[in-house]
Design a protein. Structure first.
Length: 329
């Protein structure tokens, strides 16, 4: 029975570049021509013995369990440390050619691939700087990598690693903007699903960093959006995170405005906010702007009333003080 390896059947998954062992005739000729190689004969015997032991162990392990892969990776690492990477590749290539050891070789190759992926998955995620985020997520090679990663690591998500690489490549601000757009864009379901997973992980990352609403406002540079702020995907990215921090999911726009306006006043003066509210052009942006403007006016009115009361109180206190002074108290 063929075992699936790295997301495909045996022949496909195990098609890796292995250096083949030289033929016996070539080895003897090389030994005669180079005395330095003669000294390697005892080492070759050790390699052959350890190779046989490793293959025998792999064949005796039964099903391919997580425990097997962990043990196999350790044994391959020991072999590599002792004899070098080329010896490992040669041993696996030779064993795969022999019907008697082919299954054992396949098991070890699969384990080695997992080990390589542990250390080099990041290096395999290389992106073309000229490509858009949408085109990058739509690439067959990337979608295959996601499937392969998920199949190799049943309990581990590929999206934290993918997000890390994408955010470093494109920048957190640009990535956040595009993920919001791609989550809602019809067409490529794989891209939409990937964008959704990445956006969810993005929230997790920001929470772990301890970002407040104010922090994210600065990170996303929403102030730089100007009159387009309420129409920007970054605005909605900020709102979504802000509501997550408040542990809110469904909220009416007027209630949202009451939460958002005080936050906005930490970054922008009131006149600037009014200009940004007026600058909204989308249906959603205009609707939110309407409620934001209403709340801002209410807040300003209350502040004015408070100042007036305080002013009247100050005047009253001053009057009482003068009266007492006149009375000689």
């Amino acid at each position: 029975m063929k075992e699936e390896v790295n997301g495909g059947e045996e022949e496909r998954g195990l098609n890796i570049d292995l250096n083949l062992m030289p033929s016996a005739g070539n080895v003897i000729g090389a030994l005669n021509a180079n005395e330095e190689l003669v000294a390697e004969i005892p080492k070759a015997g050790e390699i052959a013995k350890d190779s046989a032991n490793l293959l025998e162990w792999a064949n005796s392990q039964g099903q391919l369990t997580e425990e097997f892969f962990e043990d196999a990776k350790e044994k391959i690492l020991d072999f590599t440390t002792k004899y070098g990477r080329e010896s490992v590749l040669s041993m696996l290539a030779a064993a795969k050619k022999d019907p008697a050891t082919r299954d054992s070789a396949d098991r070890l190759i699969f384990a080695r691939l997992q080990d390589l992926n542990d250390g080099h998955d990041k290096n395999r995620l290389l992106f073309d700087k000229k490509k858009s985020i949408e085109d990058t997520l739509a690439e067959d090679s990337l979608q295959e990598w996601i499937k392969s990663y998920s199949s190799r690591r049943k309990k581990k998500s590929p999206f934290p690693l993918l997000y890390d690489k994408l955010s470093k490549h494109y920048g957190d601000r640009k990535l956040a903007q595009q993920l919001y757009i791609l989550e809602r864009k019809e067409g490529n379901d794989a891209v939409k699903k990937t964008a959704n997973e990445l956006a969810m992980h993005q929230i997790t990352v920001r929470k772990k960093k301890g970002y407040s609403g104010d922090d994210l406002f600065k990170v996303l540079k929403l102030k730089e959006e100007g009159d387009r702020m309420l129409d920007s995907p970054l605005w909605y990215t900020w709102i979504i995170y802000f509501l997550r921090l408040k542990k809110l999911t469904n909220i009416r726009l007027q209630e949202l405005a009451k939460l958002v306006v005080p936050e906005l006043r930490n970054h922008l003066i009131d006149n600037d906010l009014y200009e940004r509210f007026k600058g909204a052009t989308s249906f959603e942006g205009k609707l939110q702007a309407e409620y934001n403007e209403k709340v801002l006016k209410e807040v300003q009115t209350k502040e004015l009333e408070t100042r007036k009361r305080k002013g009247n109180d100050d005047k009253a206190l001053a009057s009482i003080k003068r009266q007492r002074e006149d009375d000689g108290q």
